[in-house]
Write a protein that binds this ligand. Structure first.
Ligand code: HEC
Length: 164
């Protein structure tokens, strides 16, 4: 009896909270630090639980793959994740949580983990699931570029965009 009453009370309180409108959903203020921490820990644990199981192609780190990944990165990812020597786009500046700088020298960018995130996206963030539109082969090329591109200079970034 008591348990049922408590449950009904919690459901009623949750509904009152949802319908009251007091929770501020605006995206221009940073997340509450507790919420941000919980979401990020959940993400990291989920990534390591589900990701890293797909097998990369044997020629993963070929120049051809890195180059193809670099081009797709520039047209599709740089707007949120940034590129050397380019200002971040209005989209990248506006999203919260912000997208991490994937080309920093300090990153690990484990290709199998990157593959999983790129393919499936990250729920409740701006990170899209590219498995809906790109083949696995293309996603491995992006992962190859992210691994090779850690700490990349503007010159190398620009040279990978050129035809040869
Ligand atoms: C509209 C913005 C947006 C675009 C476009 C976008 N991303 Fe993201 N991406 C994000 C955000 C935001 C996160 C952080 C998610 C989080 O907080 O867990 C993220 C996370 C990631 C991560 C995980 C990084 C980590 O440290 O675990 C990878 C890898 C990634 N993106 C790759 C890509 C690639 C490759 C592309 C292009 C094919 C791309 N993203 C396009 C917004 C974007």
């Amino acid at each position: 009896m008591t348990a049922a009453a408590l449950l009904a009370l919690s459901v009623a309180a949750a509904c009152a909270f949802i319908y009251s409108g007091v929770y501020d959903v605006s995206g221009n203020a940073p997340d509450n630090p507790v919420v941000a921490w919980m979401l990020h820990r959940t993400y990291e644990a989920s990534l390591h639980h589900y990701g890293g199981k797909d097998l990369p192609p044997a020629d993963l780190m070929s120049l051809e793959n890195i180059r193809a990944g670099a081009r797709l990165y520039d047209s599709t990812c740089a707007l949120c994740h940034g590129a050397p020597g380019k200002p971040l786009s209005p989209v990248g500046q506006g999203i919260a949580p912000a997208a991490p700088h994937l080309l920093e020298a300090s990153r690990r960018n484990n290709p199998a983990l990157m593959f999983w995130v790129i393919k499936h996206g990250v729920n409740m963030t701006a990170m899209p699931s590219f498995g809906k539109t790109q083949s696995d082969a293309t996603i491995w090329q992006l992962a190859a570029f992210l691994y090779d591109g850690r700490g990349i200079t503007k010159d190398r970034y620009d040279s990978l965009q050129r035809a040869n």
